[in-house]
Each structure stands twice: as structure tokens, then as C-alpha cells.
Design a protein around this ligand. Structure first.
Ligand SMILES: NC(=O)c1ccc[n+]([C@@H]2O[C@H](COP(=O)([O-])OP(=O)(O)OC[C@H]3O[C@@H](n4cnc5c(N)ncnc54)[C@H](O)[C@@H]3O)[C@@H](O)[C@H]2O)c1
Length: 306
């Protein structure tokens, strides 16, 4: 019988990667999760179907554990991921996110059986995007969170170049704004969903002019799988559905036939516009998303169970 493939996921209890953990478990993979159950985690998914270490990835012990586990694939997604928190707590954010990155690259360079390490990054590493950014453009992060994520992107180049064992065995994803079940309730999509359910108004930053691209979380596990199987460099993952927050609210009102009340609130350190091109992952890896933006939005906003 063929041996099950082993996948180790850091941050595998978080909003996005809890879906990835469940996806690979359902496909029969041998899944190992390392997570410290900090902000964003969903320990309720722990059901014995995957091996679990409750541990801080910034702790050097992680290197030994990963080497002992000998995974075929590693996805590094664990990070302090809240921009506002990173502005309030820059020391903690840099310390945790950068040491976590370092531990993962150090562990992976000594994994003889490693097939692929996927570093999970973000569109925020580009900073303000006056046009659709492509992967080889300069990165210019503009807040502590995105800067700590960009450090991982740069580290990946450095490790790929320094250690022949890792050459073309690493890849990176940069997602646009992901939405869906289990998202932090302070983010715009859960606020919209909550407002539709309760009638409570939602805060508008910069008068609702902030422009983002959005993707439904159920598109993410197969996209990450594709990068694990065929990727060897950086891939933007977006549907190129860019909207201002005001337009997003209008779209939600249209999908549900309900109206949403808002009020104004200030937010420091907020970039006005992120937009990326997904041409590379489509052309080179043949990516086909499962859900369009509207399909994802409709399922998320109208199906209470999802
Ligand atoms: N949410 C988005 O729209 C988005 C967009 C682009 C990229 N990303 C990236 O995707 C990844 C996941 O994002 P998310 O929104 O699901 O985050 P999240 O905050 O919901 O989940 C993060 C998970 O990582 C764990 N974690 C954090 N620091 C850890 C540490 N030092 N050791 C162990 N576990 C730790 C948390 O407990 C949590 O389970 C992050 O790397 C983030 O930068 C997210």
C-alpha cells in the first residue's frame, strides 16, 4: 500500500488554514498541525483526525519537532495577522513572526525528504498598489504586520539561494483579502454579515474608500494544493474582484435584498488600495477557482450554517 503523504501546517487552527487542515484530512493525508491557539485560532476543530502540537512556532523547539516529524510538505501560515494589533505591539509582532519564519526555514533545510515548503504571504507586502502588482515587482510593506510578512518572503529567496537542498523546493503564496466562515468578527465581511443579521451599523474607515480584492476561503485549499504540487516560486492568489468598502456594502445589499447602516471611524496605517495580477498562477499552474466572488459572497452571507 502507498504510504500516506505527510503535511505539516503551522497556524493550522486559524481562520484560513483550519479549512486547509480539514481539506487535507478529508483527502486522507497524514496531517500535523502546530499552533499556539493565539488570536484567530479555532481549537474546536481538534477531533483526533490530525496530530496536534500546541506550541509557539517562534520557539526554537519547533525545529527539532519538525525534523522528528519528517513531513513531505510544510505550509507555514502561523503569524500574528492583525494589522491594528501589529501597530500597537510591534515588538511582539516582529519577534514572533520573524523568529517563526526563521525556525521554519532552518527546520526545512535539514529535511531530506522534503518535497515542498510553501510560505504563506499576503498582498499587503506590496504596499499601496497603484496598478495590479505582479510577483517580481519590488515589495514595499507599510505597516509592522506586512513588514514582518515581507521578511519571510525575503528569507525564502535567501534560503533558496544559500542551501542547494532547498533549491526550487520552496514556493510562496500572496492572497488578497480572504473571507468566509471562522473569520475574525472585527473584519469587514463578518461585520457585514452580522449587520445583515442584527441591523447593527458597521464602522467605515476612510469613508469606505479603501479598495481591496476579495476571495472566498473555500477557494484557498485547492489553490494551496496546486502550489504544493507544481509551484516553485511566488504566486499571487486573487480573483481580481476589486471593490471599495462602499461598493462591497452595496454588493452585499444587492445579494441579500437588505440594507446596511454605517458610521465613520478613523484607522491609522491603512493602505488605500491593494490589487494584484493572478496571471502567473493561471497561466503557469492552470489555476481555476471553485467559486467566483459573487458565488462566495452569496453562500457566505445567505447560508447561516456556512
Ligand atoms: N486573512 C486574510 O485575508 C489573509 C490574506 C493574505 C494572507 N494571509 C496570511 O494567511 C495566514 C493565515 O491568516 P488568517 O487570517 O487565517 O490568520 P488567523 O489570525 O485567523 O490565524 C493565525 C493562526 O496562527 C496561529 N499562530 C499565530 N502565531 C503563532 C505562533 N507564533 N505559533 C503558533 N501558532 C501561531 C494562531 O493561533 C491562529 O490559529 C497568515 O500567514 C496571514 O498573513 C491572510
Amino acid at each position: 500500500m502507498e504510504k500516506k503523504k505527510k503535511l505539516l501546517i503551522t497556524g493550522g487552527l486559524g481562520f484560513i488554514f483550519s479549512h486547509v487542515t480539514e481539506y487535507f484530512v478529508a483527502k486522507g493525508w497524514d496531517v500535523v498541525v502546530i499552533d499556539n491557539e493565539s488570536a484567530g485560532s479555532h481549537p474546536e476543530i481538534i477531533d483526533g483526525s490530525f496530530k496536534y502540537y500546541k506550541l509557539n512556532v517562534a520557539d526554537r523547539k519547533v525545529v527539532e519537532i519538525i525534523q522528528k516529524e519528517e513531513p513531505d510538505y510544510v505550509i507555514h501560515a502561523a503569524a500574528i495577522s492583525d494589522v491594528d494589533y501589529s501597530i500597537r505591539e510591534p515588538y511582539e509582532t516582529f519577534h514572533e513572526n520573524m523568529l517563526a519564519n526563521l525556525n521554519i526555514f532552518e527546520a526545512c533545510r535539514e529535511l531530506p525528504k522534503l518535497t515542498k515548503l510553501v510560505y504563506i504571504s499576503t498582498d499587503e507586502v506590496y504596499g499601496e498598489c497603484e496598478h495590479r502588482k505582479t510577483e517580481d515587482e519590488i515589495i514595499f510593506p507599510r505597516n509592522p504586520y506586512s513588514c514582518s510578512k515581507a521578511v519571510g518572503s525575503i528569507m525564502r529567496y535567501a534560503y533558496d539561494n544559500t542551501y542547494p537542498e532547498l533549491f526550487e523546493k520552496t514556493a510562496e503564496t500572496r492572497f488578497c483579502n480572504v473571507f468566509g466562515p471562522r473569520q475574525d468578527t472585527r473584519k469587514i465581511m463578518p461585520l457585514i454579515k452580522h449587520s445583515l443579521e442584527t441591523g447593527e451599523p458597521i464602522p467605515l474607515h476612510q469613508d469606505g474608500t479603501g479598495y481591496r480584492e476579495y476571495i472566498y476561503v473555500k477557494n484557498i485549499p485547492p489553490a494551496v494544493e496546486l502550489v504544493m504540487e507544481k509551484g516553485w516560486r511566488t504566486y499571487n492568489i486573487t480573483l481580481n474582484d476589486g471593490l471599495t468598502v462602499r461598493q462591497l456594502i452595496e454588493r452585499a445589499e444587492k445579494v441579500t435584498g437588505k440594507s446596511i447602516a454605517t458610521y465613520t471611524e478613523k484607522r491609522p496605517g491603512m493602505d488605500k488600495k491593494y490589487q494584484m495580477s493572478s496571471e502567473r498562477i493561471v497561466a503557469e499552474l492552470g489555476w481555476k477557482p471553485l467559486y467566483t466572488f459573487d458565488e462566495g459572497l452569496k453562500e457566505y452571507l445567505t447560508d447561516a450554517k456556512k
